[in-house]
Design a protein around this ligand. Structure first.
Ligand SMILES: [Zn+2]
Length: 242
C-alpha cells in the first residue's frame, strides 16, 4: 500500500501523516540512543488545527507505526477511536498551554540527566559554553508522582521559561518548534549531563564558569542571532538561582 492509499484509508491529511511518521522516527532515535527503555517516555506533536498526536499508553516507543498513535484535543480527550493516549499526556498539555508557539514535546528518561537529579547535582550551573549561549541551563523541577495531575503541574512554572528541564528522580521534558528541535534539545541535555557527570566523578565536584565569563557568553547571543529561551538570561521559574 502506498502512502496516499494509507492516508485515505485512515482519513489522514498530509500534515497528520507526516507528523505520525516523524513521531515514530523520533521514537526509534530516542530508543536507540538509550534516552528511553521498555515502554518509557512519550512523544507528541501539535497539528495546525490545535489537536495533538501522541504516543499511546504502554507501548515501546522505538517500535511504533503511524497507526499506533493516539489523537487528542487540548483537554486530552480522544478525537478519534484510535489507541488510548499516554498516561503522561498532562505533561504535554501543560507544555502546549504555557508555550503556544511550540509544536512538539518529548518526555524521556535519559540516564545521566536523571542520575544528576538523584545525586542532587544542579544542571542549571553554567559550565559548558555552548549550553550557556543556547538553552542557558537545565533546571530541575521538584519530585511529583507520575500518572497523577501533580506531575504536569510540577513543571508548569519552569516550562514557561525553559525549553528543557529535568524532573527530580524521573526524566526530561524538552519542547521545540518541531519534533527535531525538541529532540536536539534532549540530545544536548543528556550530552551535557554526561559531561558534567564525568567531570563530577573525576573531580568530586563541579566548578561553574566565573560570572564574568558567563556574562560575556550571554552577550554573544545577540551577535550570533540566537534568540531562543535561555534560563540564564530570563532567570525565571527556577528553584536554585545561580
Ligand atoms: Zn516518565
Amino acid at each position: 500500500m502506498n502512502r496516499g492509499e494509507l492516508n485515505d484509508r485512515h482519513g489522514w491529511s498530509d500534515e497528520e501523516a507526516r507528523l505520525r511518521r516523524s513521531i515514530c522516527e523520533i521514537g526509534k532515535l530516542c530508543y536507540s540512543k538509550n534516552f528511553i527503555v521498555g515502554a518509557d517516555g512519550n512523544i507528541s506533536a501539535r497539528m495546525n488545527d490545535g489537536t495533538i498526536l501522541i504516543t499511546p499508553a504502554g507501548a515501546m516507543k522505538g517500535f511504533l507505526s503511524p497507526e499506533h498513535l493516539a489523537h487528542v484535543d487540548m483537554q486530552g480527550q480522544p478525537v478519534d477511536d484510535g489507541p488510548r493516549a499516554s498516561s503522561e499526556t498532562g505533561i504535554h498539555l501543560v507544555s502546549y498551554q504555557e508555550r503556544p508557539e511550540m509544536r512538539a514535546v518529548l518526555h524521556c528518561h535519559p540516564p545521566h540527566a536523571v542520575a544528576m537529579t538523584v545525586a542532587g547535582i544542579d544542571m542549571q550551573l553554567p559550565v559548558i559554553p555552548e549550553i550557556i549561549v543556547t538553552i542557558g541551563g537545565i533546571p530541575t523541577t521538584p519530585f511529583a508522582t507520575p500518572g497523577t495531575p501533580e506531575l504536569p503541574e510540577s513543571i508548569r512554572d519552569v516550562i514557561r521559561c525553559s525549553d528543557t528541564l529535568v524532573m527530580q528522580n524521573h526524566g526530561s521534558v524538552t519542547i521545540g518548534a518541531n519534533l527535531l528541535d525538541a529532540f536536539k534539545k534532549l540530545d544536548m541535555l543528556e550530552h551535557t549531563a554526561r559531561i558534567l557527570w564525568l567531570a563530577h566523578t573525576a573531580k568530586g565536584g563541579l566548578e561553574p564558569l566565573p560570572e564574568d565569563a558567563v556574562r560575556k557568553l550571554l552577550e554573544t547571543r545577540s551577535m550570533l542571532g540566537v534568540s531562543t529561551t535561555n534560563t540564564l538570561e530570563n532567570r525565571c521559574g527556577l528553584r536554585n538561582q545561580v
